[in-house]
Design a protein around this ligand. Structure first.
Ligand code: NAG
Ligand code: NAG
Ligand code: NAG
Ligand code: NAG
Ligand code: NAG
Ligand code: NAG
Ligand code: NAG
Ligand code: NAG
Ligand code: NAG
Ligand code: NAG
Length: 874
């Protein structure tokens, strides 16, 4: 080995003395070290246009750890490092030989090398994309840094299924940290010690375009994607502003970020987790993380029974010195099962949440807290449990314990317990102090303590299932049983229909109690009345009593509920639970404190400001886009209207009643004859026999947008007094506004004003000018595109979100597909003799009755349908 070093040393001296000129490739034999290229901060190779450079580099300015890196020159961003787990000193060297690249220390030991190549190296090049490539004589690629990514990918690089990115330990220590980004066949997920804490598919900014099996992850100048076989239609897509240099990186804190460089500095375009408490170590091990409403950085504290641990521990430890946090078996010296001598206990940390519970199913359902604790105390990889009291779900923390999330005020259902190792010097007598649920193994044999409840449970399940099977044979008997003994049938239902992900199941009596016997009516929609209720844990809920759906099989109902209950999006009202008992079908939703959009928009309360209206529009669009393309199975809402858009603080909009249309009719494209009160928002295809697609929702959304602009129902009766303050200054001279009284069909008015580019005429007069021409133009143009008669001409909701956000250029509405509005509008003005309280619905019925004979298939492409078909049973 010695001679080699000497040789390379001479070579080094030679090259340094003969002023090295950079080219886009180097050939064997070549040696580089930091000291040799110190004037160029270790750089020995540039890409052709100097966009990227390869260097022996010491990140963070420290002087001990040097890495062979590929660096984006302008932003000085490391996009790849070779020897991340084997840093070298400044005098160590990189050798390029015909066998590949080798990094050797001063004793000649190899610290890192490229794998064995099946041909000899002719040259090493750094491409303009940042790919370091070893080429053979015929320019064939022997090895590429793109195939062995570290924590970053760049434009042009593909991360295939099964591959992963690993975070770096810190900005100056590039060794692999504990966070991983993994591309799976259906998603991109973030994990920490096997615990998932983020999924692209659940991110609000990601849209699903296809159901292909994912093959790789990639970036380009305008977005971030997961691609399947079809390289033109991404499976998932996150649209980003145009940028020529962009990286996707798993950073040292476990955040997945996408940044771009625009000539001055790296700017973040996307952050995987915007909720600070969702990162596994937001507050260190066992730290309690509370969302900070003022800034994005969360607030940290220690849970009850814990206090801050030593500085180098970075987290919380039990306050009682007799307890210590155990290590999971992988790290403990005596790996294997828990040694029988060690005594464990559980420290109760109150109502909390844990990031991984959101992504993993509980290890057991419907068990008691003590069964859950036993399961954990006998499993050496278990470090804590989270017990959901309402459903008896038992969640386990495995391998490593992260930060705990403080549960938000109303959600007090999940109790957290951290497993502790009880010091052997402590006596086992007193184990009943507050907050400590002990599960010692002294006296009672372990086997009995665990096996008995589990075996008993399994037997009971089997028994229950058999009994249920017998019961369904005779429906009569079930009904009788339900009447005689609701308690027994309740338990049977619970076990017999066990579907993972099912929201909390309530007893009818519980909901009766919660709503004080359905005292406070807060709304009534197409599916039934909604009542305000308070659960025993003090959380406020909205309880929907479903009527008129025709009682379906309980199992079908539960299956649908499981689908709805598994849909989580910030713009969709969360389903918290349900009740399916006897003939009762109830749904329990989170309570939305500002009520529905129609009340806020059309009501006599304070006027909704433009920004609030825009936020509602965007939130609703995002929720719908998620339903259409973000879920496992596409969900068409079928009933988008202001009544189904609910608001929470700060006018945060959430869509309610989604997924319920499936309960009405199993045929997705069939006419929903029981749909009521929604005629103003129904797309023309409802009246024809055309298929109902997600574009039907787009139409309804467009109608809602128009109402947001005007602050009124799209069809209203204008009396003389109204005309004074409303549209008295409008352009006039057009058919829909010439009469001072009568029905106004606003969508037609909007079309006409769009043609005259008089957008401000359309704005709600109550805004008194607090809105710009451009703002109104934007919403009106988007709305008109959404209500195109031809469904194919309507944009999809993902595009609508892009238009509203400004990323997609505003479209030009197609007049030829909007002329049907003139037809509608004329009908309404003709019918203006109708009594004052008339609504669009009434007129519609009048019209349909008149022209029932015109029937379907009329050449205009728009046909009527008999009145009972559209209005249905009332
Ligand atoms: C590179 O160096 C090795 C010995 O270290 C020598 O055998 C080989 O011929 C050299 N190759 C070239 C292209 O100079
Ligand atoms: C390098 O830059 C030139 C001029 O700016 C450009 O025409 C060329 O396409 C670039 N080459 C690469 C490989 O990007
Ligand atoms: C190198 O190995 C790959 C895969 O093992 C093989 O397909 C390829 O033909 C080999 N190339 C040469 C030049 O031997
Ligand atoms: C390899 O690529 C270089 C530069 O692109 C070119 O000059 C050379 O002719 C190529 N060699 C072969 C064998 O194709
Ligand atoms: C624990 O050990 C198993 C097998 O020894 C290994 O597969 C797993 O990755 C380890 N878990 C952690 C978190 O290191
Ligand atoms: C980025 O990829 C998407 C999806 O393939 C494509 O639609 C888009 O045009 C690409 N952008 C650029 C700038 O090439
Ligand atoms: C700590 O825990 C041990 C064991 O449960 C108990 O005996 C002791 O009283 C506790 N000490 C304090 C200060 O609570
Ligand atoms: C529990 O604590 C005892 C004594 O403090 C120690 O010997 C044992 O290894 C610990 N067990 C675990 C699993 O950490
Ligand atoms: C501990 O629990 C985990 C999760 O339920 C399970 O995968 C593992 O097999 C259990 N280990 C033992 C030793 O029971
Ligand atoms: C758990 O739920 C039961 C009823 O399901 C209730 O009686 C009990 O008080 C609850 N326990 C806690 C700790 O909330």
């Amino acid at each position: 080995m010695r001679p080699l070093i000497n040789l390379s040393y001479i070579f080094l001296l030679l090259t340094t003395s003969s002023a090295y000129t950079f080219s886009d490739h180097i050939s064997p034999n070549f040696t580089a070290s930091y000291l040799q290229f110190i004037a160029n901060t270790g750089t020995f190779l540039f890409s052709r246009n100097n966009t990227f450079k390869a260097a022996i580099f010491n990140p963070g300015g420290q002087q001990t750890s040097f890495y062979l890196c590929v660096i984006h020159a302008a932003s000085n961003t490391i996009i790849w490092s070779a020897n991340r787990d084997a840093p070298i000193s400044d005098s160590n060297t990189m050798l390029l030989t015909v066998r590949g690249i080798k990094i050797v220390d001063k004793d000649g030991n190899t610290q890192w090398s490229t794998p064995t190549l099946n041909s000899t190296v002719d040259k090493l090049v750094l491409t303009e994309m940042g790919n370091l490539v070893l080429l053979d004589q015929s320019n064939g690629s022997l090895w590429e840094s793109f195939h062995d990514p570290t924590d970053t990918i760049v434009i042009g690089q593909k991360l295939p299924v099964g591959a992963s990115l690993s975070s770096s330990a810190s900005d100056s220590d590039l060794s692999a940290g504990s966070y991983k980004l993994i591309v799976t066949s259906s998603d991109a997920i973030l994990q920490w010690y096997g615990q998932t804490y983020w999924k692209l598919s659940l991110d609000t900014k990601a849209y699903r375009n296809s159901y292909d099996v994912v093959e790789y992850m990639a970036l380009n100048q305008t977005g971030f994607y997961l691609f399947g076989h079809d390289q033109t239609v991404p499976v998932y897509q996150v649209s980003l502003p145009l940028a020529n240099f962009r990286i996707a990186k798993l950073d040292t804190a476990g955040q997945f970020t996408i940044s771009s460089y625009s000539g001055s500095e790296l700017k973040q375009d996307f952050v995987g987790l915007d909720d600070g408490c969702q990162t596994p170590l937001a507050c260190g091990i066992a730290g309690l993380c509370t969302e900070n409403t003022v800034s994005s950085s969360p607030l940290c504290s220690c849970p009850s029974n814990f206090h801050a641990g030593p500085v180098n521990f970075g987290g919380c430890v039990p306050s009682n010195g007799s307890y210590s946090l155990p290590f999971a078996c992988n790290y403990s010296s005596n790996s294997g099962s828990q040694s029988s001598s060690s005594v464990v206990s559980f420290l109760k940390i109150g109502y909390v949440e844990y990031f991984a519970n959101f992504y993993f199913d509980p290890v057991m359902y419907g068990v008691s807290l003590s069964v859950c604790q036993e399961l954990c105390s006998t499993n050496c990889s278990c470090l804590g449990i989270f017990y959901k009291n309402s459903s008896g779900s038992c969640y386990m923390v495995e391998n490593e314990l992260g930060s705990i999330q403080a549960s938000s005020g109303s959600e007090r259902d999940v109790l957290g317990f951290i497993k502790v190792n009880v010091s052997s010097t402590t006596t086992n007598d007193d184990d009943t102090d507050d907050g400590v649920g002990t599960s010692q193994n002294g006296g009672f044999p372990v086997a009995a303590a665990v096996v008995l409840p589990i075996a008993g449970f399994v037997l009971l399940m089997a028994l229950i299932f058999l009994m249920w099977r017998r019961l369904v044979v005779s429906r009569k008997r079930e009904a009788q049983l339900g009447k005689l003994n609701s308690h027994a049938s309740r338990d049977l239902d619970l076990e017999a229909f066990h579907i993972p992900g099912l929201p909390t199941r309530f007893d009818y009596e519980e909901l009766e109690e919660a709503t004080e016997n359905f005292k406070t009516l807060i709304g009534s929609g197409g599916f039934g009345a909604v009542y305000k209720g308070v659960l025993p844990d003090k959380s406020v809920v909205a309880v929907k009593k479903i009527v008129n759906i025709g009682i379906q099989g309980k199992k079908d109902f539960c299956t649908e509920i499981a689908v709805i209950g598994n849909i989580h999006h910030v713009n969709l009202v969360k389903l918290k639970g349900f009740c399916a008992q006897g003939r009762h079908r109830l749904l329990v939703y989170e309570y939305m404190n500002r009520g529905s959009l129609d009340r806020n928009l059309f009501g006599s309360g304070p006027v909704l400001e433009w920004q609030e209206r825009f936020d509602v529009a965007l939130g609703t669009a995002r929720g719908l886009a998620y339903l259409h393309s973000g879920c496992e199975q596409k969900i068409i809402h079928c009933d988008i209207k202001p009544e189904n858009i609910l608001l929470q603080d700060q006018f945060h909009a959430k869509i309610s009643d989604f997924g319920l249309s499936k309960l009405l009719s199993p045929e997705q494209s069939g006419l929903f004859t029981t749909m009521r009160g929604t005629r103003g928002y129904l797309a023309p295809e409802w009246l024809t026999n055309s298929a109902i697609t997600e574009k039907t929702d787009v139409y309804s959304f467009g109608m809602v947008l128009l109402e947001l602009v005007s602050g009124r129902k799209n069809c209203y009766f204008r009396s003389r007094s109204h005309s004074m303050d409303d549209n008295s200054n409008s352009g006039g001279g057009n058919s829909s506004t010439s009469s001072t009284t009568g029905l106004v069909y606003f969508p037609l008015f909007a079309l006409e004003m769009h043609e005259q580019r008089s957008y401000l005429e359309l704005a709600d007069p109550r805004l008194e000018g607090r809105v710009t021409f451009e703002d109104v133009e934007k919403l009106v143009r988007v709305a008109l595109c959404c209500v195109h008669e031809e469904p194919a001409l309507r944009p999809n909701m993902v595009t609508v979100v892009g238009m509203l956000e400004g990323g997609t250029t505003l479209p030009q509405p197609r007049i030829e597909s909007l002329n049907f509005l003139r037809f509608y509008g004329r009908r309404f003005t003709e019918a203006s003799t109708i009594e004052e309280e008339s609504e669009f619905g009434t007129v519609m019925r009048e019209q349909t009755r008149h022209s029932a004979s015109m029937a379907r298939g009329s050449p205009s492409g728009f046909s009527y349908i008999s009145s009972q078909n559209i209005s249905g049973p009332r």
